[in-house]
Design a protein around this ligand. Structure first.
Ligand SMILES: Nc1ncnc2c1ncn2[C@@H]1O[C@H](COP(=O)(O)OP(=O)(O)OP(=O)(O)O)[C@@H](O)[C@H]1O
Ligand SMILES: [Mg+2]
Length: 353
């Protein structure tokens, strides 16, 4: 018995070293005395360099989190906090962790951090993708159902117009044909993304430059479109027309939101080992379209990629749903974050199909 206990006890350090959970041991002043390899990865810091450093120096923006650690130490109360957002030095995006804190003594605090953001993100993306797909099916069915009788209505109105002499009455038939045309245009836009992409190798920067000049030509001089391209981005296999359409819909929205004055920033980067939905990709192109306009109205933020959702007078609310469909057809995804003065649309496209 005793022999078994001994060998198990010898295993403890190996177990902690091999955990996926980041484990840190802090002293009474919240200085790091130990961290396991998972914690080294999370903090992007070797154990040797971290030892003796104050956690406050590693997480300069996590004042509330550090305060809670101090309280746990003072009260000797363990606690768990879910989905804590921590901004790590050198990381643009905050990481989200579940954090368990256990005081071992008044001078020793055990902290466990388990990253949950990747998992949360994948679940969120999968749900979204499923919603878009369901949406597309409903919409296509509806558009077809309306399209056929509409053609009949329009034809009948034209025949009627020929039979009528009175200009006054012709006015009515013209309203019918005019409105039927408008509806048919709308339906055509809804049905367009149905065709499969005609892929070839394209340079994403050429597509962005096309979009840039199109938008500049149709907007005020007060709008500036800056670029921050990563020239090492390889070519990608895509339908150039579809991709330009998708990007144009996003950039045009940005220009419209700016209302004549402001800055749009177009950026490209490579992301490695990025998953889109449940599929993981070795290399992904990240295209960002950012503007410093008023931001997306809060009440439509969760539904902007749905058809017929618009916050703009005269908007048909199709631009983003079409863009999302086109990008989905390329196995990609469009995401969006927005606050006043900083709205960012991110288009993710796998570089190897
Ligand atoms: N960059 C942005 N800044 C602020 N709001 C935006 C931005 N992009 C989109 N929106 C909001 O999202 C809504 C939906 O956009 P979407 O392109 O789908 O439709 P639309 O622009 O209203 O109409 P359409 O593009 O069909 O002419 C817009 O009406 C606008 O309220
Ligand atoms: Mg639009």
């Amino acid at each position: 018995m005793a022999a078994t206990d001994m060998s198990t006890a010898k295993l403890y350090p190996a177990i902690i070293e091999n955990l996926n959970t980041a484990v840190l041991l802090l002293d009474g002043a919240l200085r790091v005395t130990y961290l396991n390899p998972a914690a080294e990865t999370l903090l992007a810091l070797s154990a040797r360099r971290a030892r003796g450093l104050a956690l406050g120096d590693l997480l300069p923006e996590a004042r509330g989190y550090l305060e809670a650690l101090r309280r746990a130490l003072a009260n000797q109360h363990p606690y768990t906090e879910r989905e804590v957002s921590l901004r790590l030095p050198g990381n643009q995006e905050p990481v989200v962790v579940d954090s368990s804190v256990t005081p071992l003594s008044s001078q020793k605090l055990l902290v466990e951090l388990l990253r949950v953001d990747q998992h949360l993100r994948i679940t969120r993306e999968e749900t979204r993708l499923a919603q878009y797909q369901a949406n597309r099916v409903v919409l296509k069915g509806l558009a077809h159902e309306i399209n056929n009788p509409l053609g009949g209505l329009r034809g009948a109105a034209q025949l009627l117009e020929r039979e009528i002499d009175s200009d006054n009455l012709k006015e009515y038939t013209r309203v019918i044909t005019g409105e039927a045309d408008r509806l048919q245009n709308l339906l055509k836009r809804m049905l367009t993304p149905g065709s499969p992409p005609q892929r070839r190798m394209i340079n994403i920067h050429e597509a962005l430059e096309r979009v840039r000049s199109l938008v500049l030509a149709e907007t005020h001089q007060g709008i500036e479109v800056r670029r921050d391209y990563d020239p090492s981005l390889p070519e990608l296999s895509a339908d150039p027309e579809q991709l330009i359409q998708a990007l144009l819909n996003i950039v045009r929205n940005a220009a419209q939101a700016l209302g004549g004055k402001g800055v749009i920033r177009l950026g490209t980067r490579i992301a490695r080992q990025r998953s889109i939905g449940h599929k993981s990709h070795r290399l992904v192109a990240r295209i960002t379209i950012a503007d410093n306009g008023p931001g997306i109205p809060a009440q439509i933020m969760d539904t902007i990629f749905y058809p017929m959702v618009s916050g703009r007078a005269g908007g048909s609310g199709l631009g983003l749903s079409i863009a999302q469909t086109l990008v989905n057809q390329h196995d990609g995804l469009i995401e969006c974050t927005s606050r006043p003065g900083d709205t960012v649309f991110t288009v993710l496209l796998p570089l190897q199909p």
